[in-house]
Write a protein that binds this ligand. Sequence first.
Ligand SMILES: Nc1ncnc2c1ncn2[C@@H]1O[C@H](COP(=O)(O)OP(=O)(O)O)[C@@H](O)[C@H]1O
Ligand SMILES: [Mg+2]
Length: 445
Amino acid sequence: MAFNIIVGRNEEDKKKFGEKGTILLGRAYVKMGQTTSLSNYVYMDVIKAHVVFVVGKRGSGKSYTASVIAEGILDLPEEVSKNLAVIMLDTMGVFWTMKYPNEKDADLLEEWNLKPKGLEKIKVFTPFGKFEDAKSKGIPTDYPFSIKASELTGEDWRLAFELGASDSVTILIEKVLGDFAEQKREEYTLDHMIQAFEKEESFPTDVRNEAINKMRAAKRWGLFSDEGTKIDVLIKGGTVSILDMSAYATSEGGWGVKALVVGLICKKVFIERMISRQLEEVEAIKVGYSYFKLEEEIESKEKKPLVWFFVDEAHELLPSEGKTAATDALVTILREGRQPGISLLLITQQPGKVHSDVLTQSDIVIGHRLTAKRDIDALNAMMQSYLGDTLTGYLNTLPAEPGAAILLDDNSERLFPLRTRPKFSWHGGEAPTAIKYKRSANLGI
Ligand SMILES: Nc1ncnc2c1ncn2[C@@H]1O[C@H](COP(=O)(O)OP(=O)(O)O)[C@@H](O)[C@H]1O
Ligand SMILES: [Mg+2]
């Protein structure tokens, strides 16, 4: 019988944990003469912090792979899954379908001895101004989501509006926020900012008007409220929180808004986890345990789950050139997320256009089919550090079936082809017409 492969785990941890805290990712391909078939099962560690990079051209299986991982985390035994929280930024509105069973792939699932099932612990959050609209379109959203205007720095506003650093509007915003800080005014709304702009008479009227108009546009994002969603609400152990950002898919400046949300959430998650990590360490010194090992011994109320943050279209939010409102926060997590226990799963169809830190910090790469030279070159550059080979050859030998990919694991310095397992839950990444039809026919919504 073929042995199981575990990726994302070093030898020491394999001895310590065995297969505990791993999820089934797929099966490796083996080639015998002319035929290629599925062989060893491939499991992936999810209880340590990782940077997973999922790449491939459109329709190659990237979102599907990401959902396989999210599903796997939810499907772990409760004692493990309760220590893990997943936040998925759903830019296209494709992940919420995980609430429903994957009847469409029932035959394929059976080949893998798996059954279609919808997942209960999927919570969908929609910006509060878009909440009712999303509901009326049949999106099974659970909670409205909002942020406070006073949580944003001048730089956040500048990047969200895609303004230059020396733009007059940028300078006006900085001036007003600087005054608020001096007055120790910590809570303020968009209207307070608009009022302050009106009073800044040393700035030309057209600059003030432009700043006011930008704030009015920000109101229409339906994102800001006086309360703001607490980060604890999004980080729930054993739960996948999906942030439905599909309302901004087509709107102008949509990426600015999405980057802003990602940046703010990442910042908050980082701070939360840093605090939690310090408390865990104090406990650890007391009882000498490792995080998952002696779970029973520490029932600390302060303990927060480790976080997996999934981001699709990573080249838009963390581009190789230029900066977005998400850049700094994502780079911080890429470089320093391991210690506080934050994992990132970044998806892109254009690895050649993503920030170079993604290429250097990823420890697990799942490469579906790619054709553009620039993108293949970017991946080749990642591989050459330990394999004297290029990716092109491997990509060419992949069987032409959905879910086929090359997996690179930096932890075990291995590379092999695999097919990701079929999903239990409904996949939403199809052509829109197919979803519409299936939605009404099968999902009862
Ligand atoms: N492991 C898999 N098993 C079966 N079908 C898959 C698998 N991976 C992908 N697919 C199919 O391929 C389609 C496209 O995948 P998707 O992840 O949505 O593409 P993209 O790379 O654009 O995100 C899916 O709708 C699904 O039908
Ligand atoms: Mg996709």
